[in-house]
Write a protein that binds this ligand. Structure first.
Ligand SMILES: Nc1ncnc2c1ncn2[C@@H]1O[C@H](COP(=O)(O)OP(=O)(O)OP(=O)(O)O)[C@@H](O)[C@H]1O
Ligand SMILES: [Mg+2]
Length: 440
């Protein structure tokens, strides 16, 4: 904008300078040649002093004739130098009044004057005075100048205005496109750039929209694959858990029963051998129980046993009981204000989120008090189950170990189920982590 205004101004200045320089040159040329003609005319026609004629009368007529010419003026002056005859007003001199002083000063060249004595032998009667007079020429130049310059300035203003208008329109379109692009970059793939009336911008907007649509399709495909993977992995885990349960359960039961039988048989044999056998059998029983507990824990880890049989709250209470058994010094509170059930995969993901968060709070934060808060958020569509875990531990150190899969797993599950996961952050003295699961 500034450049176009500057160019307009420079153009005006250049045109004005060219007009003024050319006009000055023409004025000097024309007034000089008119002055030379006047000088020659006076030299030839000046009445001779000895001719016995009315020299003064002839000189006055000659003066009037020369004064009537363009670009020169003439009058008679007496011996004291005062004008004898009032100078005839020229028709053009009216227009001279309209020329401003500064323009007159700028254009007027150095005046050329000449004096021719008028004598009637033996007396000197006065002189005929001639001089260059550029007034009429200056008035003509001013007439052109006063039309051309405003026109030029107006053209410049219109050009600057047009430039402003066009650049404002282009900038506005670009800004709209930029906004759409930055929204898409921030993850809002539903955002589309509006089509403009300008063909070039329409093509650009179309390109941006196609890109967003492509990204949206790819993201949907990704989400679908992730959900499928999650479902498959959960199905696989459930199958392993069920196989373990079904295969190992009866065998462990049989083993325990056989051990009980062996113990009762051992009680009938003689004292020395019996105490040894009972000891060995007792140790075997302890090992068998340990194997059973490990199998139960493994099965529960693969798929919580209560899942499908109890509510999510019951599942979480069970989980808290397990944690309290392992770390009795930690107080874990559950505030559940949301009893709504949702899909099994979603409940399982909330369960795993709570389990991993409790484990992290105790393991990494050394927390003594952990609060699990569950409530429904009805202000969003679809409604969400919000699970927030607050612990009083020392919070995340910022260093993530290379083999850390807990938070990554939660994030992937959340993404596959269109949930929002907020990783642990500090608020005052508390560490908070949150999962917002849409209700199916
Ligand atoms: N409640 C918390 N308090 C303090 N630090 C935490 C908390 N939750 C997570 N962190 C930090 O975040 C890091 C990553 O946690 P993440 O669960 O992903 O990995 P991990 O617990 O180290 O390993 P994994 O869970 O795979 O056994 C942890 O190493 C820990 O430093
Ligand atoms: Mg962890």
């Amino acid at each position: 904008m500034l450049v176009s205004a500057g160019v307009g101004l420079l153009l005006c200045i250049a045109v004005a300078t060219i007009i003024i320089l050319n006009a000055r040159h023409a004025i000097v040329e024309e007034t000089s040649s008119a002055f030379r003609i006047a000088q020659t005319t006076v030299a030839i026609r000046m009445p001779q002093r000895f001719a016995g004629r009315d020299t003064m009368g002839d000189a006055m007529r000659l003066s009037a004739e020369i004064d009537a010419l363009r670009h020169v003026s003439s009058h008679i002056i007496d011996t004291q130098g005062d004008p004898l005859m009032a100078r005839a007003e020229k028709a053009e001199s009216v227009s001279e009044n309209t020329v401003p002083d500064w323009f007159n000063q700028l254009m007027r060249p150095e005046p050329q004057t000449d004096l021719f004595p008028i004598s009637h032998y033996p007396n000197i009667l006065g002189s005929l005075w001639i001089s260059t007079d550029p007034s009429d020429e200056i008035a003509e130049v001013w007439e052109d100048f006063s039309v051309i310059m405003p026109l030029l300035a107006l053209t410049g203003i219109v050009m600057v205005g047009l430039t402003m208008l066009v650049s404002t329109l282009i900038l506005r379109r670009l800004r709209i496109l930029q906004e759409a692009l930055s929204a898409i970059r921030q993850g809002d793939l539903t955002r589309r750039a509006p089509n403009g009336r300008l063909v070039e911008f329409s093509a650009l907007a179309e390109g941006v929209n196609e890109l967003a649509a492509h990204l949206q399709a790819k993201r949907a495909e990704n989400d679908l694959l992730q959900t499928r993977l999650l479902t498959l992995s959960e199905a696989e885990r459930a199958k392993i858990a069920s196989d373990l349960h079904d295969e190992m359960g009866p065998q462990l039961f049989a083993l325990n029963a056989a051990l009980a039988q062996a113990r009762s048989v051992a009680s009938d044999i003689d004292d020395a051998a019996r105490s040894q056998l009972v000891e060995a059998l007792e140790a075997t029983r302890t090992h068998a129980r340990a194997v059973r507990d490990s199998a139960r824990a493994a099965i529960n880890d693969l798929r919580p046993m209560l899942l499908g049989h109890g509510s999510l709250i019951e599942l979480l209470e069970e989980l808290i009981a397990d944690f309290t058994e392992i770390s009795p010094e930690v107080t874990i509170d559950l505030n559940a204000g949301c009893q709504i059930g949702t899909g099994e995969l979603e409940e399982l993901s909330i369960y795993r989120f709570v389990r991993e968060s409790l484990l992290n709070a105790i393991r990494h934060g050394n927390a003594q008090r952990i609060e699990i808060d569950m409530h429904c958020d009805n202000s969003v569509n679809p409604r969400q189950i919000v699970t927030r875990i607050t612990d009083d531990g020392r919070g995340p150190s910022g260093k993530v170990l290379p083999r850390s899969y807990g938070l990554i797993g939660i994030r992937d599950r959340a993404r596959a189920l269109h949930a929002t996961y907020i990783p642990p952050y500090r608020k005052g003295d508390a560490t908070i982590t949150e999962l917002r699961m849409p209700i199916q």
